[in-house]
Write a protein that binds this ligand. Structure first.
Ligand code: FES
Length: 161
């Protein structure tokens, strides 16, 4: 008789297979975490523990990398991840106001999961485009000279994709 495997179990099996290639190699934690996040969509505690165990590194090291890099999320994220740069240049140019407007429009906050929303919001440090501040980063794309007024049409475009 075949044993039924639940989907989550399959994801962990996939993670295990993926992590095998990193075991014992130096400097692979970020790549391993990116792959883990691709599999699960985010990095829950249980996944971070598995990464730490399989790579035989301390869990604290995994936590510090996950919390340092804005590309990692510990909560389920929407299809579109919007990152508001809160570096000095962007902050001075109104990034805080942008962030407030985005929260209102998307009905979610940085670091919070909103399963019904196609968007998730996070903040990031300087992304190296200070000349075009304030910046909203969507995936790998930087949207410069952003204003609260431009946000609704930007979100509409994303939903259409
Ligand atoms: S501070 Fe935002 S791009 Fe540099």
């Amino acid at each position: 008789m075949a044993v039924k495997t639940d989907p989550e179990e399959k994801l962990y099996e996939r993670l295990d297979r993926a992590l095998k290639k990193y075991k014992g190699k130096p400097g692979v934690l970020i790549a391993a975490l990116q792959e883990a996040q691709e599999i699960f969509g985010y990095l829950p505690r249980k996944v971070m523990i598995q990464v730490a165990n399989r790579l035989t590194i301390p869990l604290s090291e995994v936590y510090s990398v996950v919390s340092f890099y804005s590309l990692f999320s510990t909560v389920p994220t929407g299809k579109h991840r919007l990152e508001v740069c809160l570096g000095t240049a962007c902050y001075v140019q109104g990034a805080e106001e942008l962030l407030r407007e985005l929260q209102d429009l998307c009905g979610t906050e940085p670091g919070k999961s909103a399963p019904e929303s196609p968007f998730s919001i996070s903040t990031t440090r300087c992304v190296g485009a200070c000349g075009a501040a304030p910046i909203v980063k969507i995936g790998e794309e930087l949207h410069g000279e952003m204003t609260p007024e431009k946000l609704p049409s930007l979100l509409e475009e994303l939903v259409k994709e």
